[in-house]
Design a protein around this ligand. Structure first.
Ligand code: ADP
Ligand code: MG
Length: 223
């Protein structure tokens, strides 16, 4: 019996649990694909409670991440995430650039020099990254931000990638009835209620890309 399946039954996805640089590359590329594919949706959400740039911000930022990884190719997962974070900070004008940049940079620093990491270690690193996002932006759970998707996703990542994706999607959906307390949407006060937060939505895409990276690795066909 495949021991990997025994530890990751959710959805029958064949998931590799030892995460190498190939996994992290696939994660970042799958994220770039998702941000490009969903740019119109993210911008539409941001037009309701922000300034209609979240889709273009995410598309541009992760396209820069992809370009940097193609030309530089760091040889550890930690260095890849640090490079990705730096690209987001330097190429995205909106608040989301420094916030996502901080998430990936802090997580990358936590991973250190290892060439392979376990899912448990990635969970710890992302937990530290999410804490750094909360510190930088001054937001907490329930404020209708990306944290409402990221925090539950990291807790669920202890269990599996699939559980993290589910938690992030539920977390993003749960922002609809919330009143925004941070970022541009907070300027709208009560009028922010009834719309899904764009950043929580892009966070769900980032987490969903983890599942794709794991599944692609398991099939031996990185795309
Ligand atoms: P901007 O708001 O500068 O136009 P974006 O539109 O790219 O930047 O990103 C908006 C998203 O950033 C919001 O939907 C929210 O999820 C997230 N965000 C904004 N401010 C904060 C904050 N202080 N803490 C956490 N997330 C935030
Ligand atoms: Mg915006």
């Amino acid at each position: 019996m495949d021991p990997v399946r025994a530890t990751e039954p959710a959805g029958g996805v064949h998931v590799s649990e030892t995460l190498d640089t190939g996994f992290f590359r696939r994660w970042m590329y799958a994220t770039a694909d998702a941000m490009a594919r969903e740019a119109a949706l993210l911008t539409e959400l941001d037009s309701a409670i922000g300034d209609a740039d979240h889709g273009i911000n995410m598309q541009r930022g992760f396209a820069a991440v992809r370009a940097a990884l193609e030309s530089d190719a760091p040889d550890t997962p930690g260095a890849m995430l640090v490079l990705a974070g730096r690209q987001l900070i330097s190429t995205v004008g909106g608040a989301s650039g420094p916030l996502y940049g901080t998430l990936l940079r802090r997580a990358g620093k936590m991973l250190g020099d290892g060439t392979e990491v376990s899912r448990e270690r990635l969970t710890e690193a992302l937990r530290a990254g999410v804490a750094a996002v909360a510190q930088l932006g001054g937001a907490k759970a329930g404020d209708k931000t990306m944290l409402d998707a990221l925090e539950p996703a990291v807790e669920a990542l202890d269990e599996s990638f699939a559980a993290a994706r589910e938690a992030a999607e539920q977390g993003a959906a749960a922002t609809v009835p919330m009143l925004a307390r941070k970022g541009r949407a907070s300027y709208l006060g009560e009028r922010s209620v009834g719309h899904q937060d764009p950043g929580a939505t892009s966070s769900a895409l980032l987490v969903a890309a983890l599942v794709q990276a794991a599944a692609d690795g398991g099939s031996g066909e990185a795309s």
